[in-house]
Design a protein around this ligand. Structure first.
Ligand code: ZN
Length: 308
């Protein structure tokens, strides 16, 4: 029966063309595996029409969602036990679209010390527990080893407290908040000798950050630079915090900026040039308007009134 042979070959071609995961066929019928129904295959157009239908697309999406293995998030959580041993816990969570994922403890180990190498090995051992047959690397979306930073803190904190009694622990500047950096400068300037002492004691620590810190505190320019920044610009941290206060009067805010401008102008040395600050304020038309409004509100003569 040549007609059926032709038809069968044609259907097989359609299956190949549109995907074997979507269609299957026998000698006479094209079958959509997604919808679980027979699909007319008289013309190619019929198949195109079928896969463009909302119902097919919906079923297709549902199937994909079910088949897709859930993405895993691994997080290390480190702590010390009563004997001051370092305990690393690896927590695994699933990322789900519509609801909060499940979280459970995957692995818990005592580590001799915490550094990049021991944490990486812990990570390897943990994912092997999860996938003994072969690691599905693509499913791991995130490995948060950041808390490693705090991992050895009990030891470091003790050392710090012994070597620098009565001095608060170093601040942790927030990268996007300038005042926190300036506060850090003020802190390191005030306690430089104590901090230097602690860092030199921690020199044997294998964390790369401490090697860098050691080089820095031994650089004679650092202390001089800290003193320069603190004495000329240290006040900025307070002014930034003031400007962030809600409910501050407009006149107070403008006054604060003017004061900052004046103080920066007084800063000695080339770094104290106010060109950058002037440029920023000149380009900021909103600030100009606010200054004019503030002057009007405080009863000062304002020639630029009509420019608003
Ligand atoms: Zn279908």
């Amino acid at each position: 029966m040549p007609k059926i042979i032709n038809s069968s070959a044609r259907l097989r071609n359609f299956v190949k063309e549109f995907g074997e995961d979507i269609f299957s066929c026998d000698n006479a019928v094209l079958f959509c595996k997604v919808c679980g129904i027979k699909v007319s295959a008289e013309k190619k157009y019929n198949i195109q029409q079928h896969i463009a239908r909302g119902k097919h697309i919906q079923q297709f999406n549902i199937r994909n969602q079910q088949e897709k293995p859930k993405s895993q998030v691994l997080v290390t959580d480190e702590t010390t036990d009563v004997e001051e041993r370092y305990i690393a816990n690896v927590i695994i969570g699933t990322l789900e679209v519509d609801n909060p994922g499940k979280i459970f403890l995957l692995n818990s180990e005592v580590l001799e010390k915490a550094n990049h190498s021991t944490i990486s090995k812990l990570f390897d051992r943990s994912i092997f527990i999860l996938w003994p047959e072969g690691v599905l690397h693509d499913n791991i979306l995130l490995f948060n080893g950041e808390s490693r930073k705090n991992f050895t803190t009990p030891y470091r904190i003790n050392l710090f407290k012994n070597l620098a009694p009565g001095i608060p622990l170093p601040p942790e500047p927030i990268i996007t908040r300038w005042s926190t950096w300036l506060n850090a400068v003020n802190y390191y300037c005030e306690h430089f000798l104590h901090i230097k002492n602690v860092i030199l004691q921690l020199g044997s620590d294998d964390a790369l950050a401490f090697k860098h810190a050691k080089q820095l505190v031994e650089n004679p320019e650092i202390e001089a630079n800290l003193i320069y920044i603190k004495s000329n610009f240290g006040f900025l941290a307070n002014e930034i915090t003031r400007l962030e206060t809600s409910g501050m009067l407009l006149s107070e805010s403008v006054c604060c900026i003017e004061k900052v401008k004046q103080q920066i102008k007084q800063a000695s040395g080339k770094t104290g040039e106010t060109k950058k600050l002037d440029d920023v304020l000149n380009k900021n038309s909103g600030f100009k308007i606010l200054t004019i409004i503030s002057n009007i509100l405080s009863g000062q003569k304002e020639r630029n009134f009509l420019k608003i």
